[in-house]
Design a protein around this ligand. Structure first.
Ligand code: DX5
Ligand code: ZN
Length: 223
């Protein structure tokens, strides 16, 4: 299993966003994670479609749009047209999740389902086979720089088992409190795509942080 690093631009310096994205790309990051918040589903407001459009012009990396918004169905197509490659929606925010996932895939994007820390894996029962990836939140969404919730590790391993039972290539992404300490733990539990905001863009050198996280994430922790 190959670990992919997905720097979250929420913690980037927005006055130098393009430069910072190029820096982590050159350092080997595989995915750019974009947190979209509406001040309604989560208690914060962040960025949206124009930022996706702008980043599309400067990078070929997959743009992973994490929609923390109440009316996701209404905006999915515009995010896809703006250049998103991956679109994830919260199971807590979308009423007809099966329809939304199909819609995202029909737009040519990878479709992800996101679960908050307090949302049980059983909410995936009927829809797991329709998802390209599952994003497990390891903090309550809304802000960068929060502390990793430890029970997420068990949740990741349980999800891994559920995916194995489905027998499809569904990826596990983890988001929140991922740093040099928690990265190897989530990888050992079964995570493949690691979202990291403050641990990368809050570092003196985001490029070095990407490289360090990759090295650490691939190091076995239980030997
Ligand atoms: C939180 C966002 C995260 C955030 C992670 O709601 O979904 O992507 O940027 O930030 P860190 O890595 O600092 O916990
Ligand atoms: Zn996120």
């Amino acid at each position: 299993m190959r670990v992919q690093i997905a720097p979250s631009i929420l913690s980037a310096d927005f006055t130098r966003l393009g430069e910072q994205v190029k820096e982590v790309e050159t350092a080997g990051a595989e995915i750019i994670h974009i947190d979209v918040m509406d001040g309604h589903f989560v208690p914060n407001i962040s960025i949206g479609i124009p930022v996706v459009e702008s980043l599309r012009r400067i990078t070929n990396l997959p743009l992973d749009t994490h929609l923390m918004i109440s009316n996701a169905d209404q905006y999915v197509e515009r995010f896809a047209k703006a250049g998103a490659n991956m679109i994830s929606v919260h199971v807590e925010a979308v009423t007809h999740i099966h329809r939304t996932l199909e819609y995202i895939k029909n737009l040519g994007c990878k479709a992800g389902v996101v679960l908050n820390p307090g949302t049980p894996l059983s909410t995936l029962d009927e829809i797991l086979p329709y998802a390209d990836f599952v994003l497990l939140m390891s903090v309550n969404p809304g802000f960068g720089g929060q502390k990793f919730i430890k029970s997420s590790l068990t949740k990741i391993s349980k999800l891994k088992a559920l995916i194995e039972a489905v027998g499809k290539d569904i990826h596990i992404e983890v988001d929140g409190g991922i740093d040099m300490t928690t990265a190897p733990l989530v990888v050992e539990a079964g995570a493949e795509w690691l979202v990291a905001g403050s641990a990368i863009f809050g570092a003196v050198s985001p490029a070095e942080a990407v490289k360090q996280m990759r090295t650490i994430a691939n190091r076995p922790v239980s030997v």
